[in-house]
Design a protein around this ligand. Structure first.
Ligand SMILES: [Zn+2]
Length: 187
């Protein structure tokens, strides 16, 4: 749904700035293009090349956000391009470093995975931080941002209604969002 909206927005913008360009396909396949239309999703790219065995979980986490919200869309970065989000695996506890809304680094920490926490929930939770959500701990399994406090039995990787609405609000005003000092969220 938002793919169609985005494509339309980008194509419309290109047509306005380049009236002689005939094909919409040029716009549709350009990764990293941020759509200027207010109605279109903001595209942010992620690089999961360093996420090792968690790569499919990271892709699933991004896809869940794409299914859940309209205001932002996460796409794998094209090779050779610099991504908005870098996702890496390490042996620590999962955490995120946010540099500004939609930008930062996610660490899929094996310490939590080894304790039994779900890798897709970890991935979508950490991506949630990059999308501007704080932790909501302790909290129930229905809350994505309750993180580890929901226990290892909790495998829910989906944001609840309030979390989705908060991300929509964050990206609704993203064009004027100031950059922030890097913030580390250790889960
Ligand atoms: Zn967290």
């Amino acid at each position: 749904m938002h793919v169609r909206t985005l494509t339309g927005g980008v194509a419309a913008a290109l047509l306005m700035s380049m009236p002689l360009l005939s094909g919409q396909a040029v716009a549709a396949d350009s990764p990293g293009v941020s759509a200027p239309s207010a109605a279109a999703a903001r595209v942010i790219t992620y690089d999961a090349g360093g996420s090792a065995e968690f790569r499919s979980a990271v892709d699933r986490g991004a896809a869940i956000w794409n299914e859940s919200v309209d205001g932002v869309e996460m796409r794998p970065v094209a090779s050779g391009q610099r991504a908005n989000i870098r996702v890496v695996a390490d042996n620590g506890w999962p955490r995120a470093v946010t540099t500004s809304l939609g930008n930062g680094t996610v660490y899929i920490g094996r310490e939590a995975v080894n304790q039994g926490y779900d890798t897709v929930r970890i991935s979508s939770h950490e991506l949630g931080h990059i999308l501007g959500l704080p932790d909501r701990k302790p909290g129930p399994c229905s809350s994505l941002m309750s993180g580890s406090t929901a226990g290892i039995a909790c495998t829910n990787p989906y944001p609840n209604a309030a979390e989705k609405a908060e991300v929509e609000g964050n990206f609704g005003g993203a064009a004027t969002a100031p950059s922030r000092t890097p913030v580390l969220v250790r889960d």
